[in-house]
Write a protein that binds this ligand. Structure first.
Ligand code: GDP
Length: 482
């Protein structure tokens, strides 16, 4: 393995007319690379620019439809999302939609408050208003104690754009984006079309590995050979490494946007995850079901104990069946019936089981290191979280006292034991593992002072709306369903 830091892949979302295209154009035109090429650039769906000796990759098809299409097949494309909000308008309906998509994809977010050059707008007042609007939607600006940078800028004059680029690199650094150029290429189709002269053409964003001219590849299950590649400056290139967008020629068919480029095994795996997700969406299952096969009883016990770490908050991983020995057809049949994945540890997979799994879109993962097994399960759990099949607990508090309030309301005196509870979040009250009410916060007080959020270690008073008939000893949880 020779992992390197790869440059961040950034996508821009926001309400129509808030300046997404202008921002993308400004960044591209002011980049050195574009100038070197006389400003003549080719549209291939993404471009890379240098900034302070780092590169940043921008996906230049803004809009939610493209964003959703790209991740509709389980593919992860962007590492960072820029939410553009015009300073005069603030949050608009499509901004709300964008927030939903970004939360669903679980990518870090940077808010760009655009058009600060507009005359007659009180930027400071508007900025404060927008930050409040964001925090009401659980996008917590840094000033509110959250981790979302808010950068005021003008895509027209360029003021503040450098700051945005810096912020992108900072967020990228914190997220430790890695790639291994020595691996075969894995990537996602971001644009595709049938060109009159070139035939089927696809723009592919390489997420890991290197794509080389002459490579035999599989895109969305169709085998092809890379006959030619062009970068975003229209220059012919022989290879493209992690985070590089390229236009690829020589494909057998026009792939769909969002199709995955990779080894056949990876494609099958992406399909299997997709099918698992579809099944979970249809049913009311809210947990990841697994069938485990291991070489020894000792390994089985160790795996089951480790998987239990996902079940601290509540049941997220359910073991349907576990046993020793190789993975056979009967394990696949069971997994297919209940919508489970099959996890193997130091075992073999019979070829008939492999075939059956491919036909039934059952995901099999085989390991010989428990750590890797757990990492992968975590990834699948995260995929399920992304599509809203699971929920995430954001904060927990114990109710340690109650105080009457007004005529027939009561305030819960709480001690925060985990995470953050904030106004605007969904709240539930839990007694012995059972939910007794779902509500929101009408008031949140630290000592006498009304606050927006409380965190681990704080004592606070909560007033619920609608009221919940809580008792001392109950737990308050804030959570989100993505
Ligand atoms: P999109 O729909 O989000 O891609 O928005 P556009 O980039 O097409 O911009 C919409 C309008 O706002 C255009 O008329 C732009 O010229 C204008 N615009 C974009 N950015 C700025 C800015 O920073 N300042 C000003 N004054 N106008 C801007």
């Amino acid at each position: 393995m020779s992992e390197i830091n790869r440059s961040p892949i950034v996508t821009i979302l926001g309400h129509v007319d808030h300046g997404k295209t202008t921002l993308l154009d400004f960044i591209r035109k002011s980049s050195v690379a574009a100038k070197e090429h006389g400003g003549i650039t080719q549209h291939i769906g993404a471009y890379q620019i240098p900034h302070n000796s780092n590169l940043i990759t921008f996906i230049d098809t803004p809009g939610h439809a493209a964003f959703e299409k790209m991740r509709s097949r389980g593919a992860k494309v962007a590492d960072i999302a820029i939410l553009v909000v015009a300073v005069d308008d603030g949050i608009m309906p499509q901004t709300e939609e964008a927030i939903k998509h970004i939360k669903g994809a679980k990518v870090p977010i940077i808010v760009a408050v655009n058009k600060v050059d507009l005359p007659g707008v009180n930027t400071k007042v508007q900025l404060d208003k927008i930050k409040k609007q964001l925090s009401d939607r659980e996008i917590m600006p840094e000033e509110y104690g959250g981790d979302v940078p808010v950068v005021p800028l003008s895509a027209k004059t360029g003021e503040g754009v450098d700051k945005l680029l810096e912020m992108i690199l900072l967020v990228a650094e914190m997220n430790e984006l890695k790639g291994d150029p020595a691996l075969p290429a894995a990537g996602v189709v971001i644009e595709s079309n049938l060109d009159k002269f070139k035939g089927p053409v696809a723009s592919i964003l390489i997420r890991n590995g290197t794509l080389k001219k002459g490579d035999q590849i599989t895109i969305g299950g169709v085998k092809s050979k890379v006959r030619g590649m062009f970068d975003s400056n229209g220059k012919s290139v022989d290879s493209a490494g992690p985070s590089v967008p390229v236009e690829v020629l020589g494909l057998e068919a026009v792939p769909q946007v969002g199709a995955v480029l990779g080894e056949l095994a990876e494609v099958k795996e992406a399909e299997a995850i997709q099918s698992l997700v579809d099944r979970l969406k249809q049913g009311d299952a809210k947990s990841l079901k697994v069938v485990i096969k291991a070489d020894k009883q000792g390994s089985l016990e160790a795996i089951e104990a480790s998987l239990d770490k996902f079940n601290v908050e509540r049941k997220i991983v359910t073991v349907i069946s576990s046993g020793t020995g190789d993975i056979g057809e009967e394990n696949i049949k069971l997994a297919a019936t209940v919508g489970a994945i099959v996890i193997g540890f130091n075992v073999k997979i019979s070829s008939s089981a492999q075939k059956l799994a491919e036909n039934e879109h059952v995901l099999i993962r085989n390991y010989n290191i428990i750590y890797e097994l757990l990492e992968d399960v975590e990834e699948v759990v995260n995929t399920l979280l992304e599509v809203g099949q699971l929920e995430e607990v954001l904060g927990k508090a114990n109710i340690i006292a109650e105080f009457p309030h007004g005529k027939n309301e009561k305030i819960a005196g709480c001690r925060m034991i985990e995470g953050i509870i904030a106004k605007g979040q969904k709240i539930r009250v839990v007694r012995e593992g059972q939910k007794i009410g779902e509500t929101k916060l009408k008031s949140l007080k630290k000592v006498k002072e009304e606050v927006n959020k409380v965190e681990k270690g704080n004592d606070c008073g909560m007033l619920f709306d609608p009221p919940v008939d809580f008792a001392i000893g109950d737990t308050v949880e804030s959570f989100r369903v993505i």
